[in-house]
Design a protein around this ligand. Structure first.
Ligand SMILES: Nc1ncnc2c1ncn2[C@@H]1O[C@H](COP(=O)(O)OP(=O)(O)OP(=O)(O)O)[C@@H](O)[C@H]1O
Ligand SMILES: [Mg+2]
Length: 507
């Protein structure tokens, strides 16, 4: 049997040099680099020729150099024989890596320190993996906590609901027995009102704990709006005026009606709280086609928005109003679950909710609920067309014309598109039944929008005209008492302008 040849010093150097995963090098007693292996080159990027003779502190980050760490490390190794640590180090190109470092003091036969052996490993990846694991453990812990909180909340809310049912029932019976004792009646009414408020809160808690499954059904908001408004009016004070503006022919939406009522109630109660001196609450409902403008939603939706005339929501808290338990109200006055319910309802219904509060304009909460656009049969469509108000669109730009026609159809109008004033006058001549002319102002060649409007005013004085322009030319408009929507127009603005002009035609 052959015994392996003993490793001479040359063989040892070869071995050290062959190691690429560890930086292995020697320092002199003051910390200058004396030898350099291929691992050191790979990890720290320096060639042996450029680093030998340099002080090893250049591998440290400036903060550690300022703390005197390189010197302290050598001191420690000299005192105890070995120094071990993990920390940030710097490569030649300035990038940092997380290093595991061992420094051993090397002594001669008399025990004198003649230098240091230094071994460094790049463990950045390992550290990243570890941090990631800690992070996911933290997330899991959070999720478990929320789950436990949810279960607890659900349990408490459930028991509480039973108690409230008993209180409400007893108050009801007592009211019947109270006869005509007005003082007692007032007290009992107070008890019943508080219990009802309590059950709204428990509803929210149950929803938060996800113990209330949604039961979606197809509903026609045009029909539902009356009862919903009545419910809201009931919950508001007398000094708050409720106005509803619901577009006719709203598309049917698929939602849980109970949750929808609760959501609207939550929004309305917030508005009430925001208007202690009274004010207006406006509920508007419109069909909208979205193409990812709102929270990435695409398709057909009904936008249901509630606007108040309170002080609005401060910009800095706007991003947090939908968070669970976020409230700015005094203890006992708000749980911070109202808008959280609205948000969850919207999400679970595959829709979205937004909060806007332009300075000085109160707050607007808008629910986007997924809708089904009814497919009309050909005959039905013709009949629909017949009954719809007809708008003559005058626009020289083909693309804009197409867009305008689409918007108007979306709003329920029938349209006829022409591309200049001449064509417009001809159409008015030949096709008598138009309810409104919607014209661009700037049109090359022939009459412009103002001139067309004047001409139409002479020929068909009863026909309303709405002009549009990309130029902000309000003075002319005011002088001529014409109605103008600026370009680019938004669905809402155009719709508002049209319904104002067409009001008397519908009647
Ligand atoms: N219309 C509004 N005007 C001004 N601030 C509002 C309005 N709506 C909501 N906020 C702000 O958003 C916060 C969160 O509303 P949210 O309905 O979630 O909870 P809350 O009303 O405080 O309590 P809860 O509804 O559970 O009784 C409110 O505390 C308030 O600061
Ligand atoms: Mg609220």
């Amino acid at each position: 049997m052959r015994t392996p040849a003993p490793l001479g010093s040359l063989g040892f150097e070869k071995l050290v040099n062959a190691v690429v995963d560890y930086a292995i090098y020697m320092l002199d007693p003051d910390g200058h680099v004396v030898t350099w292996n291929s691992g050191a080159k790979r990890i720290k990027n320096y060639d042996a020729a450029e680093i030998i003779g340099q002080h090893y502190s250049r591998f440290y980050i400036p903060e550690d150099i300022a703390r005197g760490l390189p010197v302290a490390a050598l001191e420690a190794a000299r005192e105890i024989g070995r120094y071990e640590a993990e920390g940030w180090r710097v490569r030649k190109d300035g990038t940092r890596f997380w290093a595991s470092v061992v420094i051993d003091a090397v002594r001669d036969d008399q025990g004198q320190v003649v230098g240091f052996a230094k071994v460094t490993r790049d463990i950045t990846e390992r550290r990243d993996a570890q941090l990631q694991m800690e992070q996911s453990r933290e997330q899991l812990f959070q999720a478990q906590k929320m789950e436990a909180l949810g279960q607890l909340t659900g349990g408490v809310a459930h028991d509480f609901n039973n108690l409230l049912t008993a209180i409400l029932g007893a108050a009801e019976l007592a009211r019947r027995a109270a006869g005509d004792n007005p003082r007692l009646m007032t007290l009992l009414n107070g008890i019943a009102a508080s219990a009802r408020r309590g059950s709204v809160v428990t509803q929210q808690l149950l929803d938060f704990a996800r113990q209330q499954p949604l039961e979606p059904e197809e509903i026609d908001l045009t029909q539902r709006m009356g009862p919903i408004a009545a419910l809201l009016r009931h919950s508001l004070r007398g000094d708050i005026a409720l106005v509803t503006e619901v577009q006719t022919n709203l598309w049917p939406v698929e939602v849980d009606p109970g949750q929808l009522e609760l959501a609207l109630l939550n929004v309305a109660l917030n508005a009430r709280d925001a208007m202690p001196q009274g004010g207006n609450l406006r509920i508007a409902a419109n069909n909208v086609s979205l193409n990812r403008e709102v929270e990435g939603l695409a398709g057909e939706f009904v936008a249901l928005s509630i606007t108040d005339t309170g002080p609005g929501i401060p910009q800095e808290i706007l991003p947090r109003v939908f968070d669970a338990f976020f409230t700015t109200k005094d203890q006992g006055r708000g749980t911070g679950l109202g808008l959280c319910q609205v948000h969850r309802f919207a999400k679970h219904s595959s829709g979205a909710v937004t909060a806007r509060s332009p300075p000085g304009e109160g707050a607007t909460i808008t629910l986007y609920l997924p809708a089904r656009r009814p497919q009309l049969g050909i005959e039905q469509k013709a009949a629909e067309d017949e009954s719809r108000l007809r708008i003559l669109v005058v626009e020289d730009d083909m693309l804009v014309a197409e867009y305008a026609a689409e918007l108007l159809q979306e709003m329920g109008y029938a349209t006829r598109v022409v591309h200049n004033a001449g064509e417009a006058l001809a159409a008015l001549e030949r096709e008598p039944r138009f309810d409104l002319v919607f014209s661009d102002i700037v049109m090359p060649g022939g009459l412009n929008g103002f001139e067309l409007a004047r001409k139409i005013g002479d020929l068909h004085p009863e026909l309303p005209i709405l002009l549009t322009s990309g130029y902000n030319d309000n003075t002319t408009a005011r002088a001529s008492a014409l109605h103008i929507v600026p370009k680019p127009y938004r669905f809402d603005d155009l719709q508002a302008a049209l319904s104002q002009l067409l009001e008397f035609r519908r009647a």
